[in-house]
Design a protein around this ligand. Sequence first.
Ligand SMILES: NC(=O)c1ccc[n+]([C@@H]2O[C@H](COP(=O)([O-])OP(=O)(O)OC[C@H]3O[C@@H](n4cnc5c(N)ncnc54)[C@H](OP(=O)(O)O)[C@@H]3O)[C@@H](O)[C@H]2O)c1
Length: 329
Amino acid sequence: MGEDGGMRVVVVNQTGGPDVLTVADREPSPAGPGQLLVDVAAAGVNYMDIYQREGRPPYGRDVPFVPGSEGAGTVAALGPGTEGFAVGDRVAWAGAPGCYAEQVAVPAASAIIIPDGVETRVAAAVMLQGITAHYLCHSTYPVAASDTVVVHAAAGGVGLLLTQMVKMRGGTVIATTSTPAKAELARQAGADYLTGYGDFGSVVEQVTGGRGAAVVYDGVGRATFDASLAAIRPRGMMVLYGGSSGPVPPFELQRLAGAGSLFITRPTMIHYIASRDELAGRAGDLFTWIREGRLSVRIGGTYPLADAARAHDDLAARRTTGKLLLLPG
Ligand SMILES: NC(=O)c1ccc[n+]([C@@H]2O[C@H](COP(=O)([O-])OP(=O)(O)OC[C@H]3O[C@@H](n4cnc5c(N)ncnc54)[C@H](OP(=O)(O)O)[C@@H]3O)[C@@H](O)[C@H]2O)c1
């Protein structure tokens, strides 16, 4: 916070490329009903933030807006109706807008108290991508020990966490990455087979004796979609959860019959943390695994608020691994 009591935020005044992310001073707003005013220690950078900055349908927002939906920090003030929280609590959240800022009002309903033994930055790094990895392999398609699973972009934010969680459930992971250094990170996360995007279909064929993968977790989208469908066993599931290479063009459902009576879903996190219990349960699992040393969270890059544009550029240009954080302090 500045000496004049103002705070710095990153603001998007018009949608566009990374350079539309500019720093501005704002008056801090008080905590409203049901809100916690939080001093932000770290804000997560996510692909969704890029889509919103670009104004890409259906993610566009009214300008001006402060980007970011994920973070962690310390409660500075409490609005009415925030029982269970206290000033000084360390909290983390996902799905609360306006986090590229020194201070933000977070709905108490979205906030989770960070337990001892979990660093604040690590909590910020795991909320959105960790909860996503959790629901993908526990709820969207609950991985069984006999399953062979494809994880695309396995050195990415979701990818590294998803690989570890599939391994915890006993599945076999075939991981795609674009470089040997990224493949090495996926291997360290537990991936059983490492491959590039051009080869993964034949790796699946070899590993499964021609049967196909039980599920493909595909956050890459346009570039991988067709080969992903072709790699799935009869009655298996295609989980398209993102499009870092671009959106998948319109799709003829009849193709699912010829491909083996496949299931397809396009999940999004909000529906998998629909109740407070579901949010707290998934976050609780993540924090327990971190404390027990069972889940490793890679913070692949940290940036000051003023470098938000560089963070977006790095993420979109495939230069990153694991999680990117903005550090307002
Ligand atoms: N549905 C949900 O609930 C949900 C939640 C979180 C994230 N997501 C989505 O999941 C995806 C991954 O998110 P993330 O934050 O974890 O990102 P990330 O995986 O850390 O970064 C994206 C990665 O995708 C790979 N990639 C392949 N082709 C690419 C291309 N043409 N352009 C850019 N990257 C490409 C790159 O890895 P390589 O260099 O190894 O290819 C890149 O590092 C995004 O599409 C995001 O929107 C969805």
